[in-house]
Design a binder for this molecule. Sequence first.
Ligand SMILES: Nc1ncnc2c1ncn2[C@@H]1O[C@H](COP(=O)(O)OP(=O)(O)O)[C@@H](O)[C@H]1O
Ligand SMILES: [Mg+2]
Length: 325
Amino acid sequence: MALYSTDAGGALLAHALHSQVCMHADFGGVVPELASRDHIRRLVPLLRQVLANSACSVTDLDAIAYTQGPGLAGALLVGAAFAEALATALGVPTVPVHHLEGHLLSPLLSSKPPRFPFVALLVSGGHSQLMRVTGVGEYELLGETLDDAAGEAFDKTAKLLGLGYPGGPALAALADTGRPGQVKLPRPMLQTPDLDFSFSGLKTAVLVKVRELATISDQQRADIARGFQDAIVEVLVSKSLRAVKVCGLQQLVVAGGVGANRELRRQLDAHALAARIAVFYPELEFCTDNGAMIALAGALRLQAGGAGKLPGAFAVRPRWPLTGA
Ligand SMILES: Nc1ncnc2c1ncn2[C@@H]1O[C@H](COP(=O)(O)OP(=O)(O)O)[C@@H](O)[C@H]1O
Ligand SMILES: [Mg+2]
């Protein structure tokens, strides 16, 4: 949850996050019913926390933005119902926001933000997309994954290697101790002229490698993690830079949880420098899901001339393509 002020060029006044990772870890993945029940418990304390941290009162709120979709219906309903009820009580408008729009605009929260237009690589647990971002609300899909998302591939591969949930950061840490070039894995769709991705074959290639080995040492496991990370990073870097060139632009924004991956950042920085492309990342805390990016997206929507919505009736959109937002 976050408070964003549009005064003086815009500023994030406060933000707080309650992670449910520990709660889901015992189950090896997100349990939707537990997630939404826990959301109910957390919302009022989080609101109190951000108000206290920003020395604001609830009556200072001019509008309330919330995630309308896409995502788990139960979790979306809890957030939407809370936001609409609070806005009704305060008599202020609401701004239902697309979750991915929050990710796309999240680099604007940093001290050195990009300027429109730019290309965005959106790599999260549920999405892998390249978008042309012309302005607030002006998004063109350039390419996307045909099967698994990049974060999903990280998580599934981590599971194959016996790592816990969430797998992405654990796999990345293991890859740091792996030897480059020891395990060669395919680079799916690297050479295709489009800007699409495919990652499910990479996960299968890891499965085959693991099965080939009767026993697997810690070093071999690390080498496989390294081989996997190198393959996925090479494809993401290559297609992202191609997208920037195809659009005739000079700026690339990386958003979504996989954007926290250090090797991806290293490789992107190196290749972008050579191609004279500037790369922008959200602060690490704004890479994975957070309230600040939703507050920002709502504020920018209002600033761009949107009046917001009358509080009260609402619907959530568990499936919702961004280009239809
Ligand atoms: N350092 C990292 N390296 C690779 N993947 C990561 C890293 N940190 C987080 N992730 C992945 O990012 C995803 C979560 O990102 P997030 O944007 O919250 O996704 P979603 O909104 O789709 O749930 C997970 O799949 C997680 O494994
Ligand atoms: Mg997300």
